[in-house]
Design a protein around this ligand. Structure first.
Ligand SMILES: *Cc1c(COP(=O)(O)O)cnc(C)c1O
Length: 306
């Protein structure tokens, strides 16, 4: 199945998939100022659906809108209702959820301030973002020639639509060069993240990951840190260069779309098949989002697909 569903939520009500349209003079289409989220629902043991960390994602969404000075006509609670209504109406328990907030038509130009703010929530079936084979055996990555945004050129902790030009360019380049994904370095040359995933490196049983300064503060990243600390594994949030990846015992990426994806090669240096720490985090994450781990259950919002 592709991105089709029965209904998309638009500005407070469900509309048939084919009718979920916007005008070509929508402000966001021209200048990229808008915000979005990527959330997942997983089937739960009792057959219902469960959204993982829905409140955390919607909080980041409203934070992103605030930072961009977009005044939302909906509260976070209303957006939560919207997500659940969309999931129920589409009868999907195992899917990706994409809320997007954008400026509609009105005035053009960079200084336009009064354009209407719209919100849409779509759901679709999204399997393994970096491939089934990637999840099992690891992917091959390349350091990008594109630099991650300077910390002061954008709002790094916001999921802003326009930011993703940088990610798409890096992803295209990596794929064209025969790799599966790009690793982005920041303006000072430190490892930042993947194009849409955070990054972890392990050596001698100790794990490190870049701090949330010039990266998107991933909700999966937070979950991974919690899983590791639960197991008594040391995790350091610190800066490091690409050379740390070349000598790592294990490297993996984390994200709602990518889940936990092992990396088996960086810039033609072998990291190897997924190691014990990566495997363990993958397993706990999958069990956790599927409602099988007690301490992770409070993060799941249940619903009944119709
Ligand atoms: C969304 C995103 C991530 C992952 O965040 P999650 O909250 O774990 O889904 C990481 N990096 C970038 C650039 C992203 O856009």
């Amino acid at each position: 199945m592709g991105i089709e569903s029965k209904y998309i939520w638009m500005d407070g009500k469900l509309v048939p998939f084919a009718d979920a349209k916007v005008h070509v003079l929508s402000h966001t289409l021209h200048y990229g100022l808008g915000v979005f989220e990527g959330i997942r629902s997983y089937p739960q043991p009792d057959g219902s659906g469960g959204v993982f960390k829905l409140d955390e994602h919607l909080r980041r969404l409203t934070d992103s809108a605030k930072m961009c000075r977009m005044d939302l006509p909906w509260t976070q609670a209303q957006l939560k209702e919207g997500c659940l209504e969309t999931l129920e109406a589409n009868g999907m328990a195992d899917c990706y959820i994409r809320p997007i907030i954008f400026f509609g038509m009105g005035k053009m130009g960079l200084g336009a301030r009064d354009n209407p703010v719209h919100c849409a929530i779509a759901v679709w079936d999204w399997g393994k973002y970096l491939g089934d084979e990637g999840i099992r055996n690891g992917i091959r990555v390349q350091t990008s020639t594109f630099t991650r945004h300077h910390v002061n050129s954008n709002l790094q902790r916001a999921k802003v639509i326009g930011h993703y030009v940088n990610s798409v360019l890096a992803r295209y380049e990596a794929i064209d060069n025969g790799f599966d994904e790009a690793i982005m370095l920041d303006g000072s040359g430190h490892v930042a993240e993947g194009t849409g995933e955070n990054l972890f490196a392990c050596r001698d049983g100790v794990v490190k990951t870049p701090p949330v300064v010039n990266i998107l503060g991933g909700i999966t990243r937070r979950t991974v840190i919690d899983i590791l600390r639960h197991d008594g594994v040391q995790v350091h949030e610190m800066q490091f260069g690409r050379d740390a990846l070349y000598v790592a015992d294990e490297v993996f990426l984390s994200g709602t779309a990518a889940e936990i994806t092992p990396v088996r090669e960086v810039d033609r240096r072998t990291v190897g098949t997924p190691g014990a720490i990566t495997r363990r985090v993958q397993q706990v994450y999958q069990d956790g989002v599927s409602g099988k781990i007690d301490w992770m259950k409070p993060y799941i919002t249940g619903f009944r697909p119709k």
